[in-house]
Design a protein around this ligand. Structure first.
Ligand code: CDP
Ligand code: MG
Length: 767
């Protein structure tokens, strides 16, 4: 297995790897050390965290004797579910049983915190209750936010089904780049990011009578910001109701934040879950999960229950799925049992992660014809999605986390140990319909040593440039005073402001510039909206539009396990050796030249759906461009202009070649590896300077989607880091030579930090 690209750390092959998950205590300690950065960022309130007792038995909610849908009873006839049956299954949910009391509390209070175990019906029922109770009369809507796109889509589909309406009609959803609502929509599910953007356009949120901030315990960045915005908005709109739903953790905090808002707990009965830790540290959690799942499947009757496996992300999920498939096939072939060729026929293995298309994701809710369901998921299945019928949980103990180090201004994705609260949530999934078993692929000792009690809220461990840009355009000038439920570290706010300033989004006094205002109108991270805007000036916005759209979709290259070589060859035919960005542009252009053909995609090992989505996103972005009077121009075959433009947004994410194949980060000196799939490997010698789109920390520091740049461009666009006195041309608002007092006072530290690094970097640039 290619440990690098599959994201799995194989300590045998990677004995040096710092990030090795070789859980000899030592290695975990190394990860621990890295985590200390995150820990330092954690705000003071460890004391507030409720100790989550971890025992061998967990109390878990259960929805009592839920009437089985017809299709449950007779899987062979898994076709029609009658209205009565749907209603019966609704009525069996714990939330339904307290419907009238719940509605009363909502009527009596402006803010209510609703607490209930996962699966009790908060997400699917609340909106319907409100709808039935008249909250959508007089042209009003009920909005329900979800931290995750997948959940927004699938829950909307479920509610539409329960209400017997077409999805997108009375019940709809809206996620970034995809709006499935209509003027008739009454219950709207959306990501928290979408509602945040809506508040920009309509500060009073006039069309809503009630907003449900769902899964608030997840504490995503956008949810936290929304809570702050609502704190003020609620006094301006006395008629607007706010419901915050949360799994059992964190509820007090939400109540207190909204002036001791009442808490309503949905009662639920519990089933015990037995927790089994590994006796020894595991060296490869994918392998262990596969072994454990196979063992369960082969030693228990299928009817005993389904299996839910928690992994960190797409790569290890795919590896687990194919690993399990192979393992079972192997066993069946040896047993000589009847089976079709490449699929074990008594099991349905279903991956679930955010970039999967909706139809594939919905498979987790389908009933299988007498087969056992094995769902391999990211932490999306912790609370957002409830898979019924799970009896066994296998938990790898890790999650992919966005981490920001404000000291050096570095953003990255890291695989980190989960918190106790997460571990308990994960285990709890096993006991919804009966007693269950949770296998934890780590030792009890390491759990105690490595895990936080609770996950650090995203706002305290992420780059805030994007959020601050939004807040500024929302009219919040002094972001330090914004009512955050847990304030982010001051340092992070400073660095993020500084970043916005360096890309010209803020002026010397910290106010939005024209460029910044325009940047905020795109639903993109600041670096990408900057590239788009610059491209209009340098005459290559046609091309950059495509690149930005392609960066906003999941992997376009398709690499089936059994045809790796063939697909790698196909991929390399698209390579533009100086740039992965241009490679993406090339793929799209050729697809376009081939009439956006599906068959052409298949022949070339490209994901048709991803390309289609890029096409759609491109259209939406160009609509924003047209609306804002930003010209869409093509530079034709002049791809150097495109590369220079790319450099303008990524000047802080630059690296210099060191040796034959390694890069060092220009700002931080950190060693970086090109991702093995990069087009830059196609050209022989690697270019001396590059910028990158994304930094991924697994066993190594990988940079993903890379473009070779001219060092003089870096000087031009990264003037503040690389200390060459020249003005950045598009922002007449700020003058690098004379930062005014206001900004200097505010940003002193960062400027100093840059100054101390300047010589260093200049030396690097000079050599
Ligand atoms: O939000 P909460 O965790 O309290 O529960 P929910 O998501 O409203 O789920 C209530 C029930 O609906 C569970 O039994 C889910 O399995 C089911 N459900 C479903 O069958 N299909 C969906 N797309 C979503 C929920
Ligand atoms: Mg829910």
């Amino acid at each position: 297995r290619n440990t690098a690209s599959s994201g799995i750390i194989d300590p045998v092959r990677n004995p040096e790897s710092e990030f090795s998950l070789n859980a000899k205590r030592g290695s975990r300690m190394v990860m621990q050390k890295r985590l200390s950065e995150v820990r330092k960022m954690k705000a003071e309130d460890t004391a507030n965290i409720q100790g989550t007792a971890i025992g061998n038995v967990l109390g878990v909610n259960h929805s009592e004797a839920k009437p089985q849908l017809q299709s449950d009873k007779d899987p062979k006839n898994a076709i029609k579910v009658t209205r009565e049956e749907i209603l019966a299954s609704r009525k069996s949910l714990p939330a339904y049983r307290v419907r009238s009391q719940l509605l009363q509390v909502i009527r009596d209070n402006q803010v209510v915190v609703v607490i209930g175990e996962t699966g009790s019906g908060k997400t699917t029922q609340l909106g319907q209750f409100l709808y039935e109770d008249g909250f959508c009369d007089d042209g009003f809507m009920v909005g329900c936010t979800q931290p995750r796109r997948v959940a927004a889509m699938s829950v909307a589909a479920r509610v539409a089904m329960e209400m017997d309406v077409q999805l997108g009609d009375k019940v709809g959803y809206s996620i970034r780049f995809e709006d499935k609502t209509s003027p008739a929509t009454k219950i709207k599910f959306m990501t928290d990011g979408i509602l945040l953007r809506e508040t920009l356009l309509d500060k009073m949120l006039d069309k809503y009578s009630c907003i449900i901030i769902d899964e608030a315990h997840e504490r995503t960045l956008n949810t936290d910001v929304l809570l702050g915005i609502f704190k003020e908005l609620l006094s301006r709109r006395r008629d607007l109701k706010l419901i915050i739903t949360s799994a059992t953790m964190n509820a007090n905090k939400f109540s207190q934040f909204f002036g001791d808002a009442p808490q309503f707990t949905i009662p639920g009965r519990t089933f015990p879950v037995e927790i089994i830790y590994t006796r020894h540290p595991v060296s490869d959690y994918v392998e262990s999960a596969v072994t454990q799942a196979a063992k369960i499947h082969l030693s228990t009757p299928i009817s005993s229950g389904d299996i839910l496996i928690f992994m960190t992300g797409q790569e290890d999920i795919e590896a687990t799925c194919s690993g399990l498939r192979e393992k079972l096939l192997d066993v069946y072939t040896k047993k000589n049992s009847h089976n079709d060729n490449n699929e074990p026929n008594d099991i349905e293995i279903i991956p679930i992660y955010s970039s999967l298309p909706a139809d594939v994701q919905n498979k987790i809710f389908m009933l299988m014809n007498g087969k056992r369901k094995v769902v391999v998921a990211t932490n999306i299945a912790e609370t957002s999605l409830t898979v019924d019928g799970v009896k066994y949980v296998i938990d790898c103990g890790y999650a992919k986390l966005k981490v920001y180090n404000p000291q050096i201004g570095l953003d990255s994705l890291r695989i980190t140990p989960i918190s106790f609260a997460s571990a308990n949530q994960r285990s709890g999934r096993a006991g919804r319909t009966g007693p269950g078993v949770a296998y934890r692929l780590y030792t009890e000792d390491s759990a105690y040593e490595d895990m936080y009690l609770e996950t650090i809220p995203e706002i305290q461990r992420t780059n805030l440039s994007n959020t601050l840009l939004l807040l500024k355009s929302f009219g919040v000038d002094d972001v330090m005073k914004f009512p955050f439920i847990d304030p982010p570290p001051r340092k992070t706010i400073m660095t993020s402001l500084f970043e916005l300033w360096t890309i010209g989004a803020l002026d010397n006094l910290g106010f939005l510039t024209k460029l910044g205002t325009l940047m905020a109108s795109f639903p993109l991270q600041p670096s990408l909206s900057k590239i788009l805007l610059i491209s209009a000036q340098s005459g290559c916005s046609e091309e950059i539009l495509t690149i930005v759209a392609m960066l906003s979709v999941p992997q376009v290259f398709y690499r089936p396990k059994e045809r790796k070589e063939e697909s790698d060859q196909a991929r390399s035919r698209f390579f533009v050796p100086e740039s992965d960005h241009l490679t993406l542009l090339n793929v799209y252009s050729q697809w376009k030249a081939n009439a956006y053909s599906f068959h052409w995609c298949r022949r070339n090992f490209l994901q048709y759906k991803s390309l289609q989505r890029a096409h759609d996103i491109r259209r939406q972005l160009s609509r924003v461009m047209v609306k804002k009077n930003i010209p869409i121009l093509s530079s034709g075959s002049d791809w150097d202009t495109v590369r220079k433009c790319i450099c303008s947004g990524y000047a802080q994410q630059a690296a210099k070649l060191s040796g034959l194949s390694k890069y060092v980060h220009l700002k931080t000196g950190m060693e970086l590896q090109l991702h093995p799939t990069s087009a830059l490997f196609g050209a022989g010698d690697l270019p001396p300077y590059i910028v990158y789109h994304e930094l991924l920390l697994t066993s190594k520091e990988y940079i993903n989607v890379v473009t070779s740049v001219d060092p003089f461009w870096l000087v031009e666009y990264g003037i503040l880091f690389y200390n060459v006195k020249r003005r950045v041309e598009e922002t007449d608002e700020f003058d690098v030579d004379q930062p005014s007092h206001g900004i200097k006072d505010k940003l002193d530290l960062q400027i100093d930090a840059c100054n101390t690094r300047k010589k260093d970097v200049l030396r690097k640039l000079a050599t």
